[in-house]
Structure formats: C-alpha cells, structure tokens
Design a protein around this ligand. Sequence first.
Ligand code: NI
Length: 129
Amino acid sequence: MESELLKRFDSLLERKHYSSRSEAIRDLIRRDLVSEEWTDPDADVIGTITIVYEHHEHELASALADLQHRHHSQVVCSTHVHLDEHNCLEVIIVRGASQRVRSISDSLIATKGVKHGGLVCSTTGRDVM
Ligand code: NI
C-alpha cells in the first residue's frame, strides 16, 4: 500500500478509536459484505428505521401505527420517545426480505408529517461474522 494512503488510513483509525489496523480492516470488509447482502431483494436482513415526527399532526400517529400493523410479520418491535411537547422519535426494528424492509422504511419516511427518517441496514450476523 502507498505510504501516503497508509498514513491517512492510520490517522482515520485514530480518530475512530481503532486499536489496530486489522480490526479496522475487518470492519471495512464486514460493512461491504452487509451492503452486498442487502442488494439481494430476497435476502433475510435486519435493520432499524428511525423517524422523527410531529405529534400534533392530524392522524399521523395512527397512520404510522396502521402501516406497522400491516407489516406485522416484518416489524419486530418499536420504541417511542416523546422528545418534547411537539416531537416524537420512534425506532422500529424490522426483519425480512430486504426489498420489503426497504419498502416499509420508504413508506414510513415518506408519510406526511415525518420530519426526518433513516434506515440503518444491519445484518443478522449469520453470513458476515
Ligand atoms: Ni410521543
């Protein structure tokens, strides 16, 4: 590896609190394997959907709950935090075929009144650990 590239890599590892190059390289490889896993639409994956939404928005909370009930086989569980008088944060753990999980996440995030959202694509750990 070029010494300039290695220097930049080492400085990145320090900022990210890695204790060794090999641990960092293992994580990079796993991250690639996880993203590879998610490219197969039928792969059994697991992830978390985080959404922040306006609590007062008319019928939004029930629309979000309806959506989760419709996909009860994929929704493992959810946690709700009342952020302040107006805002709620919800974290939903979803598992199933990657295509369905992505579609549930897209629908939740696109629901009117949802201010911010994201899907963290994780792994069941079976194939990449
Ligand atoms: Ni709330």
